[in-house]
Structure formats: structure tokens, C-alpha cells
Design a binder for this molecule. Structure first.
Ligand SMILES: Cc1cc2nc3c(=O)[nH]c(=O)nc-3n(C[C@H](O)[C@H](O)[C@H](O)COP(=O)(O)OP(=O)(O)OC[C@H]3O[C@@H](n4cnc5c(N)ncnc54)[C@H](O)[C@@H]3O)c2cc1C
Length: 424
């Protein structure tokens, strides 16, 4: 077991800034990241890379564990996968900076090989898996889709965009097909897309810009209540003005997109602020009040107006307005790719009285695959809200149980962590 004063989960802008603060205050600190590289999603896209690289330079003597997914949180004890073993880390303060994940909303054919989010498209570019031989590629969405299309075109990939309007950021030379995406088609692998006006375009890759949904599993595992706030990206944990999570365990904090989707600079400032509050509570921050006020000013300047206001309201205890969300797709559309569950199967379960995601899991196995609701959780909540006529924030969330990441059985056997409960 390792013991630290401050442990930070996630090395995007928020986690890096928090770790830098802990180092500056002289705390014994650990930064844990599940990917091999630091920088988080901000490294995928050129727009935010400079900020992140600057933050990496401030890490000083912070211990950094890469390729180390955190799969459980028990009080302030973190279960971390290191190779094929689990290490338990305890800390006087834990900061969750796990970010947000682009989550595709289902449409016919979305599970075909070759259909992916814009985030996954950028990952493929970074990993060198896309070159002039790839393609044709179609990209659809807004500014982030436009940026990806331009990068692909620069690499010599045959790329086109699709949508009601040309995505901003897509260079002029890239062909644009006006219209809305209706379906992706192919055998096992993507071959073409069909638009709502019936137009067909051949392609081998389709990148769909999708909503970014905060990653809140660890906060939920810690017993933190959540609320649905679309201005912050969907389901977010409840936290106070110090970024301390509500729930049974003190000294757990949240920062960055995990606390609500905002700009990368705002993510960094929330990380800094959460760390400063944590260090103040531990008696490790000199001149705490002035530093916290400075951080608050910087956060106000870095936030986009809408999420900034929503976050302030959430911190003061406001309950967001009820929102009705729906997901209107044909019944044969697969909604849970891991288990191959269709919308019709969910509808049959609702007809049999299923009223919550856990009921759907019991009836259909929806959400019980390896991704544990990460791909289907948001779409299922939207669909269920629409089907029952219930605002999405009033639906119970799917159960969350450790491990929240796939782990080998050997890592569970000698971990010293509580045995995982049966799923759902
Ligand atoms: C497709 C896409 C395009 C974007 N385009 C732009 C752009 O053009 N310009 C711009 O300014 N911003 C852009 N952004 C937004 C920017 O990336 C985010 O605002 C910023 O990265 C948020 O920082 P963060 O630290 O909160 O989270 P992230 O950067 O997401 O970092 C979170 C980190 O936590 C790690 N993590 C999560 N769970 C665990 C776990 N259980 N154990 C261990 N580690 C874990 C993740 O691997 C990740 O490294 C884009 C984002 C995406 C997805």
C-alpha cells in the first residue's frame, strides 16, 4: 500500500494543474493516468496542446504513474492497476480529474467497424493509423469535426464533410455534402453512408462529433450524488464551492471536465483551485486565501459563460431544471453494442414494466458488457426518458460497481480491495 498527502486521478489539464499545485506546496503527491502518455484529451487536438505541455513542466517531484487505470475508490483508498497487479493508494485528499468522454448517440449502423467519434478519429491520427491509403473518410459535426477534416486532408486522405452546413474549421478545398446523416451501411465493415434525402456516399471511415459526457464512475463509487445538467455535459457529481464532492467521504474533490464540460483552460483552473482547497484543508498552503481568490478570478476568466454559470449554480446547491431528452431511432438499431441489445428489446422490457436502467440490464443484459454502460449509458437514459415521458434527471442512474475498468482476475485476487459486488 502506498500513502500520499494528495492523489490525483487523470493527467489532463485539470490533473496536471492540480499536481503542479501540490508540488509547489511541497506535498507528497501522486498523479495517476490510465494512458501511456500524459496530457489527456487536450493532447489529441492541436488547440489545447500548448497549455498542457506548459503544465507538464511544473510537475517537479510529483510521482507519476502512467498506464495505470484506477478501477476502484473506497473512501480515500484508490485501487490502481499496475501491470497485472493492483496497488492500493491511500491519500489525505483525492482529486478526481477524469475528464469527459465523447459518447456517440446511436443511429442505424453506428456499431459498424469504421464508425467512430471525432475523438477516436484524432486518436487514430495521433497513433499513425491513418494515411493517404485510408479512405474515403467522412466527417460530420461542428468545429472539432472541421479541425479533424482539415488535418486528414493535410495528410493526403480523401475526406469529405457532411451536415446541414460546412463545419467551421474545415478548409475550403474539402468537399461538403449538405444533408443530415440517416444511416451507415456495410457488411461487418462500413461501406457507405445514407443521408435523409436518400443520397449515398461511399466511405471506409465515418467520424461523428458527439456530445462530451463527464466521466463520473469514481465519484459515484464514492457515494457522491449526481444531477443531470445539460449545460455541463449531462450527469455531473454534486460538489460544493471548494470542489469537494458531496457524499460520505471528506476530502474528495473533482476538477476539470469531470465536474462539467468547459474549456481546457477552465479545466486547468478548476484543477488548480481544487488542489488549493485540498492543500488548505491539509494545512499545507501558505497564503491560502489570496491564492484561492486569485484562482477564482482566473477560473471566471477562463470559463465559457454557460458552463461557468451552471457550475456556480450547482455549487450553491441549485437543482437544474428538468429536461426531457429523447432518442428517436428505428427499433432494430443496436443501443448496447457490447451485448447487441436493440431499441426494440428495450421497448419490450418497458412494456413488461422495466422502469430503470438496472431493470433493463436484468431484462435484456443492456449495459452488462465490458464497457459497463460507458458507451450505452447516456443513450439508454435518453431513450428511457423519452419512452416513459420522464425528465432524464429524474431517472435512476445505472448501478456502478468496481472494477470500473476491465482488470485481469490476478489483479483482483491479491489486491486487498473489497471484493467486487455482482453487477447490477
Ligand atoms: C474530440 C475532442 C476535440 C477537442 N477539441 C478541442 C479544441 O479544438 N480546442 C480545445 O481547446 N479543446 C478541445 N477539446 C477539449 C479538451 O480536450 C478538454 O476541455 C480538456 O482536455 C479537459 O481537460 P481534463 O483534464 O478535464 O480532462 P481530460 O483531458 O479528458 O483528461 C482526463 C484524463 O483522465 C484519465 N482518466 C480517466 N479515467 C481514469 C481512470 N479511471 N484512471 C486513470 N486515469 C483516468 C484519462 O485517460 C485522461 O488522460 C476537445 C476534446 C475532444 C474530446
Amino acid at each position: 500500500m502506498s500513502r500520499y498527502q494528495v492523489a490525483i486521478v487523470g493527467a489532463g489539464p485539470a490533473g496536471l494543474a492540480a499536481a503542479g499545485e501540490a508540488h509547489a506546496a511541497g506535498a507528497r503527491a501522486l498523479l495517476i493516468e490510465e494512458r501511456p502518455a500524459l496530457g489527456g484529451r487536450a493532447m489529441i487536438v492541436p488547440g489545447a496542446r500548448g497549455l498542457t505541455e506548459g503544465l507538464m513542466r511544473d510537475l517537479g517531484g510529483v510521482d507519476v504513474w502512467r498506464s495505470s487505470p484506477v478501477w476502484g475508490l473506497f473512501g480515500r483508498a484508490l485501487a490502481v492497476l499496475r501491470g497485472d497487479r493492483t496497488e492500493i493508494v491511500t491519500a489525505d485528499a483525492v482529486i478526481l480529474a477524469t475528464g469527459a468522454r465523447e459518447t456517440m448517440l446511436p443511429f442505424p449502423g453506428w456499431t459498424l467497424d469504421g464508425v467512430m467519434t471525432v475523438e477516436a478519429g484524432w486518436e487514430a491520427v495521433r497513433g499513425g493509423r491513418i494515411g493517404s491509403g485510408t479512405g474515403p473518410v467522412i466527417v460530420t459535426g461542428g468545429a472539432e469535426a472541421g479541425g479533424l477534416a482539415t488535418r486528414l486532408a493535410d495528410r493526403g486522405v480523401a475526406v469529405a464533410t457532411v451536415g446541414p452546413a460546412r463545419p467551421s474549421g474545415a478548409s475550403e478545398g474539402i468537399p461538403h455534402h449538405a444533408g443530415a446523416l440517416a444511416a451507415a451501411e456495410g457488411g461487418e465493415v462500413l461501406e457507405r453512408i445514407v443521408l435523409t434525402d436518400g443520397a449515398v456516399h461511399e466511405c471506409r471511415m465515418l467520424c461523428v462529433e458527439s456530445p462530451r459526457v463527464p466521466l463520473v464512475e469514481l465519484a459515484r463509487l464514492a457515494g457522491c450524488p449526481c444531477t443531470y445538467e445539460p449545460r455541463l455535459g449531462g450527469t455531473v457529481p454534486r460538489y460544493d464551492p471548494r470542489f469537494a464532492l458531496h457524499g460520505p467521504t471528506p476530502q474528495l474533490y473533482v476538477a476539470g471536465d469531470a465536474a462539467g464540460v468547459d474549456s481546457p483552460r477552465a479545466a486547468a483552473e478548476t484543477g488548480r483551485l481544487a488542489a488549493r482547497y485540498a492543500l488548505q484543508a491539509l494545512g499545507l498552503l501558505a497564503d491560502a486565501q489570496a491564492k484561492i481568490e486569485e484562482s477564482r478570478r482566473r477560473l471566471a476568466a477562463a470559463s465559457y459563460p454557460m458552463p461557468g454559470r451552471a457550475r456556480e449554480a450547482l455549487m450553491l446547491g441549485a437543482v437544474p431544471l428538468d429536461v426531457m431528452e429523447t432518442l428517436d431511432v428505428p427499433g432494430e438499431t443496436v443501443i448496447c453494442p457490447c451485448e447487441g441489445v436493440t431499441v426494440s428489446a428495450l421497448a419490450a422490457a418497458v412494456a413488461e414494466d422495466a422502469r430503470a436502467p438496472d431493470d433493463l440490464a436484468r431484462w435484456t443484459r443492456c449495459g452488462m458488457g465490458v464497457c459497463r454502460w460507458r458507451r450505452c449509458g447516456e443513450p439508454v437514459l435518453r431513450w428511457l426518458g423519452g419512452a416513459l415521458g420522464v425528465p432524464i434527471g429524474r431517472l435512476p442512474l445505472p448501478s456502478v460497481t468496481p472494477p470500473v475498468r476491465p482488470v485481469p482476475i490476478s489483479a483482483l485476487a491479491h489486491s486487498g480491495a473489497p471484493a467486487p459486488a455482482g453487477h447490477a
